[in-house]
Design a binder for this molecule. Sequence first.
Ligand SMILES: C[S@@+](CC[C@H](N)C(=O)[O-])C[C@H]1O[C@@H](n2cnc3c(N)ncnc32)[C@H](O)[C@@H]1O
Length: 373
Amino acid sequence: MSIDWMAHARQGRVVEGGETGGVRVEIPGEGTVEARPSPALIERGIRPEPGDTVLLRTMDDGNVQVVRRHRFEPGREEPLLVPAVDPDVEYLCVPGEHPWLHPHKPLMYDWYDDWDRDLPTWRRLAKESGGPILELARGTGRVIFELARTGHEVTGVDFSRAMLDRAAEKLLGEPNEARQRVELIHGDMATWSDTRTFPLAFIACNSLHYMNSPTNTDSNEQRRRAIRTLFAHVAPGGLGVLSNIAPVANPPRRQVEPAPYLVFCQAGVNPNTNRWTVEYTSLWSDGDTGQAYDGPWRFVEDLEDGTRRTIEFAEPPESPEEIRLPDRPLPLTRAETLALMTEAGFRDIEVRSPKDLSPASEDERVVVFLGRR
Ligand SMILES: C[S@@+](CC[C@H](N)C(=O)[O-])C[C@H]1O[C@@H](n2cnc3c(N)ncnc32)[C@H](O)[C@@H]1O
């Protein structure tokens, strides 16, 4: 089954709470609509409030429902709300496809567009380096558009055609001068190459860790290649930067193993059928990794005869034998990342805090690696 997300889903911001639990939502370019929380949200006691970003769906009877709410407050991440009970929203990935390449992924990604706490760091690094600037895995342009607005020439590479289309669409809404400074390229950061080099080149927002896929059995090799690509495009004396979850040591396997860190569509291979399936139950995320610790564990899959099957575990599986997910990498540890950067040729590598670029402490899991060429 394929879902036409564009036809069903719209994103907006709650501008007014209604007395009877309904809300008024402002949709960019459309005006405001009345909406009510979906039964699934009500069941979980979730009440959208003014200021919340929400995802809306128009039901067959014409009523509009809030099916997700996202609220970010520094230091406190709300659970990611996945309407597991809504059959229309179950399949964001199709079997065998890399989730990041799914045509609906950009919509899901921009859903979290208000996630901007890393922008001051990129602005500062951009200012210090001057430019032009290269971002590998640029997504829909969240970071490079900001840098273009502040006067920098930017080039962004991403392997998803849908991300490219969405970025191009968003670019049309950028101020004219900023638009002139942006170059969007379709390419895989494991293999992409260009004759140009850049005073600043970076991979932001854990993109290095998203190089996993059900068919990619050697994601460490992919990551090694991406870091080499990064190095190859840093100008001599310039800076290559990675911003990643990079724990000092990997967390215990149990925390990581059941939940892939595909943030919006949790997915895995059903061990019984060896088929790629979408998993929905990661209602809670630790915010940094998107890895889930709580909630029921459920795998849903489309069978060839057109029916669906659900496998549920009351508890997160104890061992990888219970649910074997694809060869999904753990985040690279700091030492592993440093080793790969060194191997690629970077020198004077430093591990900094994403908050203010001061030296990172041991307990910071998301860190920024800066290396010179
Ligand atoms: C978490 S998003 C980050 C997007 C953007 N950098 C940002 O910070 O908003 C990860 C991005 O990595 C891209 N990506 C994953 N594997 C890639 C690859 N091998 N080559 C290029 N892009 C890739 C995905 O398409 C997605 O846009």
